[in-house]
Design a binder for this molecule. Structure first.
Ligand SMILES: [Ca+2]
Length: 422
């Protein structure tokens, strides 16, 4: 009987992997198979198993409620606000549009804020317009930043835009200034998230360049921006750059290292966020063969790829510096591609205060955890009525949380939900 059960599990896993390799943000591929006996023997820290005994008391169950029941979107991959208190939300559609929607349940129309579908290369499932962040001084300077894929050669571009002078609901498509580009050898693993830190610097995540197993060893190479999170000052410029390097970046004096790097050894950070209260930087790093992970990003930290995957060895190489383990991980039984989320700091749901929420894009599972004093104090999987493919979490100006979803893995019927508690 055990054998039958194994077969059933193996079959359902194979179906999931087949679906994922076609549609996933992770670039998890059937061609990848790594014998990993060592990983199987490695015990998992107790703190990471979902559903600790008192977790339900410490973390309330959440529900997803349609945020805009009358609206659907074309592959929505991000939602955010402009920090200007006027109730607008901005939805990023992967093919290359940003739409404005008024933050109310009965919103029945969107307005096109920016349409750059003709500039965006979105042939691979993981390519496209992937991220948006508004300048902390957007109200006065009208600036925002986007991250998108470009072809010939394949690269990821961070660009600055400004809002049109005569219309606050329209970006000026001719205002583009390229901040930074990173060449991408393959279509998968493009990152990405753009964020402003509490320090006012721009942070961005880059994947390892793609394919499988990190064939060019970008993960442990400080000479490339692939596999990193960078930190740059976009309010100043250094000679030869469209931005400046903050003096206290960790590798500014390291020969051969890119001074933009804030942290490295990351395979493909698909969504990261700053905790509004503590300033902690949380990231979901998509795994390859077995383990999805949530990391707390620290200055100069090496997160292990491609020597480590989650809490486990991945390859036989070694490192001269400590490799930082994740806060939690999950395996293939629970999902195939992590979507990093947010620590809830809104005001509407008091019991949710301080809970970090994250999800899996393929399985649609959502988890919450509380992390205090360097420990996971509580961790649970949320009960879900329906499976939705969660491409991203997002916040409104008040800190209430939303998710962007596809009804199906092929991107059909993109919808936005808000997160509420029971
Ligand atoms: Ca790692």
């Amino acid at each position: 009987m055990r054998f039958q059960r194994f077969n059933r599990q193996a079959r359902s896993l194979a179906i999931l992997i087949a679906a994922a390799s076609a549609y996933l943000f992770s670039g998890c591929s059937q061609a990848e198979s790594q014998s990993d006996d060592q990983a199987q023997r490695t015990p998992q820290p107790a703190s990471q198993s979902p559903g600790a005994p008192d977790a339900a008391a410490a973390i309330p169950a959440i529900r997803l409620v349609p945020a805009f029941p009358k609206l659907t979107f074309n592959r929505p991959v991000f939602i955010t606000h402009a920090g200007d208190d006027n109730g607008r939300l901005f939805v990023v559609e992967q093919p290359g549009r940003i739409l404005i929607v008024e933050n109310r349940d009965n919103a029945d129309k969107t307005e096109v804020f920016l349409d750059i579908r003709d500039r965006v290369h979105a042939r691979h499932n993981e390519e496209g317009l992937l991220s948006l962040v508004f300048h902390p001084e957007f109200k006065s300077n009208g600036q925002f930043f986007i991250y998108y894929s470009v072809a010939n050669p394949k690269r990821n571009r961070i660009a600055r835009y400004t809002v049109a002078k005569d219309d606050p609901n329209r970006a000026d498509p001719d205002s583009e200034q390229i901040v930074l580009e990173v060449e991408q050898p393959y279509g998968n693993h493009n990152g990405s998230t753009l964020l402003f830190g509490p320090d006012g610097y721009l942070y961005a995540s880059f994947g390892d360049g793609g394919y499988a197993n990190d064939p060019h060893n970008n993960g442990q190479n400080l000479g490339t921006l692939l596999s990193t999170i960078i930190r740059i000052d976009i309010n100043k410029t250094d000679e030869g750059r469209n931005y400046a390097i903050p003096d206290d970046n960790p590798f500014v004096n390291r020969e051969g290292a890119r001074p933009e790097i804030w942290a490295y050894g990351l395979r493909n950070v698909w969504r990261m966020s700053f905790d509004r209260k503590t300033g902690d930087l949380w990231a979901g790093d998509v795994g390859q063969n077995r383990w999805e992970e949530i990391d707390l990003i620290t200055r100069g930290g090496n997160y292990g790829w491609n020597l480590r995957e989650g809490f486990h060895a991945f390859s036989s190489g070694t490192s001269d510096v400590p490799l930082i383990d994740p806060i939690v991980e999950y395996g293939r039984r629970d999902g195939l591609s992590v979507t990093g989320g947010y620590v809830y700091r809104g005001e509407r749901y008091e019991r949710l205060q301080g809970v970090y929420l994250y999800a899996d894009y393929v399985s649609g599972k959502i988890w919450g955890l509380r992390y205090e004093d360097g420990e996971v104090k509580a961790h649970r999987e949320m009960p879900m009525q329906e499976r939705r493919h969660i491409t991203s979490f997002g916040e409104d100006a008040a800190g209430e949380l939303y998710v962007c979803t596809f009804d199906r893995l092929d991107g059909t019927r993109g919808r936005i939900f808000k997160i509420v508690t029971n």
